[in-house]
Design a protein around this ligand. Structure first.
Ligand SMILES: [Zn+2]
Length: 680
């Protein structure tokens, strides 16, 4: 999904591309005035922008000035009914093209993504291959891209936010059509980008730590044999799970954190990654076999080489863009998220330095009965399920879901439980497939009507454990969003949501209801606890987002850095962000923990989406509070049928206000500290 979206966005989400030398201003003016003469009643803005867009994309291979003039005079459609007919034909055919290529990409990647069979070189070769890599070039060659650009104007983010207030869904779909062809990226560059992305994915997806082989300083084994935890998601979840372990939970958490630090500073021995042959003491970094110490080799920068590889690919593309989009940071924020990086950073900084963070930190420390540890950024004790017995939960989910099919068969029952009618639940569930995956959970949306959404989940030999189930329900939220916003948004050009945060919001809403779906009574449901829980999630994820952003800024300032240089920089940045915003709450300095996120390696700059996901989730939950299940389901449908507006417009349509941290800060202010300082 990410490889595909990187490709798609790099072709579509940019306001303008570098001006073609051939079709200069003068040529453009001539064509514009001829078109205005030919169509005196046409909207002049459409002519001006259309000609400019087409000119910027036109290259010598398309023909000379006379050819360009001829092309524009022949292909500009002035009449609004004819324009609409052109629009409908274009969007039908783009759905066929992008949809089918999306399905091909998914199927070629199945040997890598799904369980069963060894991943061999040939699988990796197909996984790195992008069938649609030449599609865009083909559409330039046959001039369909130019017809699209000539007839459908692009709008800036600001224009979309302002003019969009009065746009119909079709107007929005026209605007999205105008963003189809905005920069020309050679297919070789798209293919090498795709390979770097795929390599980073494989690196992370096959990075397991055999916990049963860990030894503490007394030579003791704390974790069961055969427990393999994927970095960093499963490691983090193990820390979370141990808050309810009164026996040796803290000791286990401290050990997991030692492992994380070894991954971050790359002193982790190669011998203990994905390998159960050796025993490892992460405190001393000594590796043994049959009680005898062996000479181990540190991983030494492989982790950071993945980021460097991606950065090098981004840089090759940067040159293809105009100044407004000439680096990955701008493309990711202004282009893809449609929220500027500066706005993002300001919002996050304000949040993590808020006095409310100290208040929440004091509550956590009091509940734990000890000073805070760095990994308490993952404190899980505001969730009522932390007090539930993990074994009971595991056996329940393992019984219910011995395999992927069992989960797939249960989806329509879950949707009915959430408030959907039988018919609507079946309609949605029929469009969602569940696949057993190698990595942790993932949701891959359908790419055309007729294609299913895929819920990828990791299922052990004994069935799905609770951790896996909890993630699967999160992914199910994505799949439901993907299905509504593909099948029930009339115009394909408008399918989807403003950016990934908006799909995260629904994923979190589902995940939050995971116990309800198991029919386990959540006896101590408490709005304040939920607020505190969201606050903790935001506080953590905004910190790692700030690190991610600073790392990319650093790379652009140091474009020649190698893996070692980047490794040092990431650690410095992580510690600096910690010292600035976390040390005042945690009372200890120089902790590197914010650098552990795997997303930084394989999905760069994606983390901010999670923060917005939480904020939007919070605002949506407020909006949906006190609705009956039936109203809840109807409102989910109404909101996710809005389609891919800009974030600001979507939020105003959905809940009546734009994205904001204020509601949750205000809610924390109202919380009575004394009431929550006693755990359970
Ligand atoms: Zn998600």
């Amino acid at each position: 999904m990410f490889v595909a979206s990187l490709l798609l966005f790099s072709c579509t989400n940019n306001p303008k591309s570098s001006v073609s030398q051939t079709m200069n201003d003068q040529t453009q003016s001539e064509v514009i005035s001829e078109l205005k003469q030919k169509y005196p009643s046409a909207n002049p803005m459409r002519i001006e922008r259309g000609v400019k867009q087409a000119a910027e994309l036109w290259q010598n291979e398309q023909g000379n000035k006379a050819d360009f003039k001829e092309f524009c005079l022949t292909n500009f459609v002035a009449d609004s009914l004819k324009t609409d007919r052109l629009f409908e034909k274009l969007q039908r055919n783009y759905e066929i093209l992008w949809g089918n290529y999306g399905i091909m990409g998914m199927q070629l990647n199945e040997p890598i993504d799904l369980t069963g069979g060894e991943v061999e070189e040939i699988d990796l070769a197909f996984g790195a291959y992008s069938p649609s890599a030449h599609l865009v070039q083909d559409l330039y060659n046959n001039k369909i891209a130019f017809i699209t650009a000539l007839n459908f104007p692009q709008y800036s983010l600001d224009e979309k936010n302002q003019l969009g207030k009065n746009w119909s869904q079709r107007d929005w779909a026209y605007a999205r059509m105008g963003e189809m062809f905005t920069a020309r990226i050679p297919s070789e560059l798209n293919m090498s980008m795709s390979k770097a992305s795929s390599d980073a994915d494989v690196y992370i997806a096959s990075y397991n730590v055999p916990m049963g082989e860990l030894r503490n300083n007394d030579g003791e084994q704390l974790f069961p044999k055969g427990m393999n935890l994927l970095t960093h998601w499963n490691l983090r979840d193990e820390i979370k799970a141990n808050y309810s372990n009164k026996e040796n939970g803290l000791e286990k958490q401290l050990m997991v954190y030692e492992v994380m630090k070894r991954i971050i500073d790359q002193t982790i021995p190669n011998e203990v990654i994905n390998n159960e042959t050796y025993q490892w003491n992460p405190y001393t970094n000594v590796v043994t076999k049959d009680g005898k110490q062996i000479t181990a080799t540190p991983e030494d920068g492989k982790r950071y080489q993945q980021i460097i590889n991606l950065f090098n690919e981004m840089q090759k593309q940067d040159a293809m863009y105009p100044e407004t989009m000439n680096n990955y940071i701008k493309r990711k924020f202004d282009g893809e998220m449609e929220i500027s990086q500066a706005q993002c950073e300001e919002l996050f900084t304000k949040f993590v330095s808020s006095p409310q963070a100290k208040k929440v930190g004091q509550i956590i420390s009091a509940r734990l009965g000890r000073p805070l540890q760095p990994f308490d950024i993952w404190y899980d004790g505001f969730k009522s399920r932390s007090s539930l017995d993990q074994n009971m939960l595991n056996s329940k989910t393992m019984n219910l879901y011995p395999n992927a099919q069992a989960l797939e068969d249960d989806i329509d029952r879950m949707l009915v439980d959430l408030g959907y009618t039988k018919e609507r639940a079946k309609y949605l569930a029929d469009k969602i497939a569940v696949d057993p995956a190698r990595g942790s959970g993932h949701a891959r949306g359908g790419t055309m009507r007729g294609d299913k959404a895929h819920l990828r989940t990791r299922i052990g030999e004994n069935g799905m454990d609770y951790k896996g189930y909890n993630i699967a329900i999160h992914e199910l939220g994505h799949n439901v969003e993907q299905t509504i916003s593909l099948y029930d948004v009339n115009d394909y050009m408008l399918n989807g949501v403003p950016n990934t945060s908006f799909t995260e919001a629904l994923a979190f809403m589902f995940q939050k209801r995971d116990l309800d779906l198991l029919n386990i009574k959540n006896t101590n449901k408490d709005q304040d606890l939920e607020t505190l829980d969201t606050f903790v999630s935001l506080y953590e994820i905004m910190g790692v987002s700030l690190v991610d952003m600073r790392v990319w800024k650093w790379m652009y300032e140091n474009p020649d850095a190698d893996a070692q240089g980047l490794q040092n920089a990431v650690q410095d940045i992580a510690k600096a962000v910690w010292n600035e915003y976390y040390a005042p709450v945690f009372g200890m300095t120089d902790q590197p923990i914010l650098a552990i996120y795997s997303h930084m390696i394989s999905y760069p700059l994606y983390l901010s989406a999670y923060s917005f996901g939480h904020l939007i989730h919070y605002q949506l939950e407020n909006h949906l509070a006190n609705l009956s299940p039936k109203e809840f389901a109807n409102e989910i449908d109404r909101i996710y049928m809005l389609g891919r507006l800009t974030p600001d417009r979507w939020m105003e349509e959905a809940v009546g206000e734009t994205i904001s941290i204020q509601p949750i800060l205000d809610a924390v202010d109202q919380i009575d500290v004394k009431k929550y300082t006693v755990n359970n």
